[in-house]
Structure formats: C-alpha cells, structure tokens
Write a protein that binds this ligand. Sequence first.
Ligand code: PLP
Length: 217
Amino acid sequence: MPLQDIKERIDAEERRMGKPAGQTKLIAVSKVQPNERVEAVLVEGHRVFGENKVQEAAGKWPDFKGRFGGVELHLLGPLQTNKTKQAMLLFDVIHSVDRPKLANKLATLSTELGHCPDLFVQVNTGKEPQKAGVMPEELDAFVAQCRGLGLPVIGLMCIPPADEEPSLHFALLAKLAKRNKLDGLSMGMSGDFERAIAQGATHVRVGSAIFGDRDYG
Ligand SMILES: *Cc1c(COP(=O)(O)O)cnc(C)c1O
C-alpha cells in the first residue's frame, strides 16, 4: 500500500539524517479524495489527516471521527475569519495562521471556548503575491504578537513556489523557526517530503502520493 511505502521512505530519510525514528509526523492530506480512499487509510490504522477547507472537512470528518477513534485533524488551507469558530471545534491543529485579524479572532474565541488548537504560522517564503502567509521580514513581529495574545504557536509552515528548489525554502523556514524559538516545521509534500525532512521538518503533508491523484472533475 502507498501509505506503507511513504512511511518507509520517511523512516529511511530519518535514518539517513541520524534522527530518532518516528520523529516526523505524517499528515495524510485527504482533501478532494473519495471517502472510500480515506476510509481505506483509516482501516490501515492511520489517524493523522489534513484538509484544506473547513466546509469540506465538516462534511466528512464528524462521521469518520464517530467511527474511528483517535483521529487528529489538521487544517492546512487558508482560514476565513467567519469560519474560525467552526475550525477550532473541528481541527486539532491549524497550519495557516497568517494575519493579525485571524490571530485576534483565535484569541477571542479561545477565551470563549476554553481551548485553542495548536497553531502554525504560515510564511510566504517565496514572497508570492497570490499566496497566503506572512512575509519573512514581518514574521518575528507577528509571532511576538501571537504570543502576546496567549496563542499556542508551535511552529511555522510554508508552501514553496512551484518552480523553485524547495530545499532553499525549507532551510529558510528552519532558520526563521530557530530565530523565533519554535520547534515545529510543517513542510514537505508528495514531491519533496524527503528534502523537507533533511532540512528538519517535524510535520510532512502528503496527499496524492498516499491517496492517488485528486480528481477535481
Ligand atoms: C494539497 C496540499 C498538500 C498535499 O499535496 P500533495 O502534493 O498531494 O502531497 C500539502 N499541503 C497543503 C497546504 C496542501 O494544500
């Protein structure tokens, strides 16, 4: 099964880098995939999944969570302020914190709900205009602001530009995390997760290599 192959490749890369086995968390990205494929991976025993959209996740995960114990759900895509509460109730981890308005909303709702998912700040390492994420030069101030609000920021996340060597972006993200005393590094997808592990990824987000190509039909 592809899931097993990916796990073995992660193990091999951890060994190659001299890291303790099992240090890298594999997030199986199930967005757009048919429910049968997702269920097959749940049946195989995997419990850590990622989705891009709050609405799509809300349509399938309450049922899966009811049938399979111990699911850990990660939000990877952009979060609109008006969906923040729903996201906080559905997801265990949010990887896309990227602006003061969202940080403020998360802080207000944390007080109201009495809990907050673990958070990653998304960084636009390639400074792409169309892409979400805090600009690298604005990151330190934003992380400080989040901490000032009491938010549980555990790391940084990036999606490198499609046409550039991802390792350079992974190395930049690692440097920015270290400078901000953050341990978590959410980086690496189907095509580059080994390179991400080599640069210190703690969370890799792998979709199509596990589930097959997404059919956007
Ligand atoms: C879709 C997606 C992934 C997984 O992409 P694959 O290339 O299918 O592995 C990872 N991270 C984010 C933020 C995504 O949107």
